[in-house]
Design a protein around this ligand. Structure first.
Ligand code: NOJ
Length: 762
């Protein structure tokens, strides 16, 4: 399996199973209780130090690092240990897939950060700021990945919305300045940040990775409130909590706070202190951590292993994994003391035809934002300018491996960005740049291309090498985002705005393509010579082919924005918290999320004077669609009970009744244009303001469909509403409640383009 497509491009339409299991047989997981019994019986045969080994990462005795996270084997019981690899977008620090490479745990999917700040360095690894959309995508990702027998680790739990000070720092005098704390109220936590994690737990995620940062002043990996009370009790999570790498800061508080496994653990090479291992053993012997708790930790670690049948026929770790990891982290270092520490061995090639799927997903996640007078799709034009530093292969080499975001927060200047940086990045085995793909296409059409990559030259508007004036100017611009640093601003980089303006002055048919992590500002969007705009996100290694497919209409653009693009940064959510460097206050990095749920389209809805440039859910097609005004709603149970039926019990994901289908909504959609295409009707729910506490959003997304329609064809969109979809979190009762009064349902083609509505009375 392989999905080098960054999940942020998995827009409204592409909530599909991300992982095709073409190479691996699909497995049927064991029931959780059966797997848990097996795990307990396995753990009962272990010595104390073997149990410690199950909850503490270690690389064994060899010098080569086999995987990013590794658990040692227990050979006498035929347990091979665990190999964990990043990340959400493809196998990191390796050169291809997961299961076939012998990787037991995929360190993803990610829904934290969600994108409270579009400037956050890691939003692109996840699914955007809408919890419902992110929840659907988490469900699909976990289900698809685990169907191949690979464990998922849903991350980063929770409120890890910025990279700046995600970890504590130490001042020269030894004062520890704690990591940033997200102070989130209970209702916002449940309805926004926790929501997609609940989907992941329900889908069967094997583990949850707790975040580096603090939540409500306590380190996420030591917070029994969020780990025990919410995750393990309320959501009935039966797998294990693994720390982000180096996020454990002491022994007893973290083990008793609900952390089940420390990563990377006992690995001096990784440069983190280890607080489990021997220290945990001592704590258990001194009765500071109970033996029962250690058994619980170890059993939780083993439960998904049995649930996903990893005890049977799991492929051996690719022997190239260690060497690739070594080179990725250190390069081909010529340090004498390291000479001979690894031998390069051929990697097992399991790529098959996965490039085809990456190409499809890249095109599917591309959003057409502007298209004046049918500029696109391109037809028989023959004279092209290909402009911009986002066009060619990267001049720094095809795999960009800075050791951390701080080293290269701006990325590199010349070359396409198909993916962001940090642990979510991947090592390319092939990269088809836009230049390569478009040039090949234009040559086949018998046309000509004129090139200019240097944005500064373009911005200066000299164009001395360009003659004749091209029929079409394609300008490729980009923005970088990486783990370890937040974006300095929301602009496309390297003089991009001037580059658009100069190109548009030269060329009345300027088409701008952006590659980037999500929200980028477009102050030039209304320039009349900018005839089309495509937001192509980070689409993965087939970046060139994916965009060529959309430009020439081989693929109909049906991506829709999973976020709003504001007109300027002031409307892009609360700023990243930055505390002056000279602070001596250990708790200075503390931020109250006072906006509650009002981020992205909920913010625009709540502030009627504010308009986005392009709103959440928006995107054009090469055809046109219409929606019938009548929205039909059928209550499946006849009427709605306000309260959850507790007698239905609890299962992974929480109270079973929360996941009961309570209503089915239908509406007709017609293709009124002159070619086939895919419509993306959306359903929004508006809970009554007068019977819910303050802080209820004007409306929230609660359904979407993708309908492929031939010219003139009409199809019905169907949205199924679950009890949770119509509920709010009652902080006094600590339960989900459907409010009394009138609930309004809206359907349309974006969060602002509403075409039909109806009401339900409760
Ligand atoms: C730190 C990152 O935050 C996390 O997402 C990743 O899985 C680990 N490093 C391991 O690389």
């Amino acid at each position: 399996m392989h999905f080098a497509t960054a999940p942020s491009v998995v827009c409204l339409i592409t909530a599909i199973r991300l992982v095709s299991a073409v190479d691996s047989p699909l497995i049927t997981p064991l029931a959780w209780d059966e797997a848990s019994e097996k795990a307990k019986s396995f753990v009962s045969q272990l010595t104390m130090s073997e149990k410690i080994g199950l909850v503490t990462g270690s690389y064994g005795s060899g010098p080569i690092l086999p995987c990013v996270g590794t658990l040692a084997a227990v050979e006498r019981l035929n347990y091979t240990g665990l190999c964990m690899s990043d990340g959400p977008n493809g196998v990191n620090r390796a050169d291809s897939e997961f299961r076939m490479k012998g990787v037991h745990v995929l360190l993803g999917p990610s829904t934290g950060p969600m994108g409270r700040h579009p400037r956050g360095g890691r939003g692109w690894e996840g699914f955007g700021p809408d919890p419902y959309l992110a929840g659907v995508a988490m469900n699909e990702s976990v289900t698809g990945i685990e169907a191949t027998g690979v464990q998922t680790s849903s991350k980063h739990y929770i409120g890890n919305e910025q990279e700046t000070q995600r970890n504590p720092s130490t001042k020269d005098d030894g004062t520890v300045i704690e990591a940033v704390s997200a102070n989130i109220d209970d209702r916002t936590l449940h309805e926004l940040y926790l929501w997609p994690f609940a989907n992941a737990v329900r889908a069967g995620t094997a583990s949850v990775m707790c975040a580096y940062s603090r939540l409500n002043q306590t380190y996420s990996c030591a917070s029994s409130e969020i780990l025990d009370t919410i995750l393990k009790d309320e959501l009935a999570f039966l797998g294990y909590v693994v720390s982000d790498f180096g996020a454990t800061h002491s022994t007893v508080d973290f083990a008793e706070g609900g952390l089940d496994m420390e990563m990377p653990g006992n690995v001096t090479a990784a440069g983190f202190p280890c607080y489990f291992g021997d220290k945990l053993l001592e704590a258990v012997q001194a009765n500071k951590v109970s033996e029962e708790r250690l058994e619980d930790m170890a059993s939780r670690v083993m439960t998904p292993y049995f649930r996903l049948h990893q005890d049977k026929d799991f492929p051996m770790i690719d022997p190239a994994t260690g060497p690739v990891l070594f080179v990725t982290q250190l390069g081909h270092v010529q340090v004498p003391s390291m000479a001979g520490m690894f031998t390069e061995v051929p990697a097992i090639d399991v790529r098959a035809d996965h490039a085809r799927g990456i190409r499809e997903l890249g095109a599917a996640g591309t959003v057409l934002l502007k298209n004046v007078n049918g500029t696109l799709p391109l037809t028989n034009q023959t004279s092209f300018a290909l402009f911009g530093n986002g066009l060619p292969d990267p001049t720094i080499g095809s795999t960009f491996v800075p050791t951390g975001g701080e080293d290269a927060p701006e990325g590199y200047e010349i070359g396409t960005f198909d993916i962001g940086g940090g642990s979510g990045s991947v090592r390319h085995t092939d990269l088809v740049s836009p230049l390569e793909a478009i040039r090949t296409k234009v040559k086949a059409l018998g046309g000509r291309v004129q090139l200019l990559f240097d944005n500064n030259e373009i911005a200066a508007g000299r164009f001395t090498t360009i003659y004749p004036t091209p029929q079409v100017c394609l300008l490729f611009l980009k923005a970088w985002a990486t783990e370890g640093a937040d974006r300095p601003d929301l602009n496309l980089q390297w003089n991009a705005t001037m580059a658009v303006e100069s190109t548009a002055r030269l060329c009345p048919n300027t088409i701008v393509v952006t590659h980037g992590p999500g929200v980028v500002l477009m102050p030039w969007a209304d320039n009349e010579n900018v005839t089309a705009i495509l937001a192509a996100h980070y689409p993965g290694e087939e970046i060139g082919n994916s965009i060529t497919d959309v430009l020439w209409g081989t693929v109909e653009p049906s991506g829709r924005l999973p976020y709003s693009i504001p007109k300027d940064e002031a409307d892009a959510g609360p700023p990243i918290l930055v505390v002056p460097e000279n602070t001596t206050d250990p708790g200075a990095w503390t931020e109250d999320f006072v906006e509650g749920q009002m981020i992205d389209y909920r913010y625009f809805d709540a502030n009627s004077g504010k308009e986005p440039l392009y709103e959440f859910g928006y995107g054009l097609s090469y055809t046109e669609f219409d929606m019938a005004p009548g929205l039909n709603v059928q209550l499946t149970g006849g009427s709605l009970n306000q309260h959850v039926n507790k007698s239905m019990g609890i299962a992974p994901g929480g109270m079973v009744d929360l996941w009961t289908n309570v209503a089915v909504v239908t509406v007709n959609v017609t293709n009124t244009g002159d070619r086939a295409g895919a419509a993306v009707p959306q359903l929004y729910v508006s809970l009554p303001q007068d019977t819910t506490p303050p802080g209820t959003p004007v409306k929230v997304l609660r359904g979407f469909n993708k309908l492929h329609l031939r010219k003139g064809e009409t199809k019905q969109a169907t949205f199924e509403l679950l009890r949770r979809d119509l509920s709010y979190w009652d902080v006094q009762e600590k339960e989900w409640v459907i409010p009394r009064g009138q609930i309004t349902l809206f359907s349309g083609f974006s969060s602002k383009d509403i075409r039909a509505n109806t009401t339900i009375s409760v």
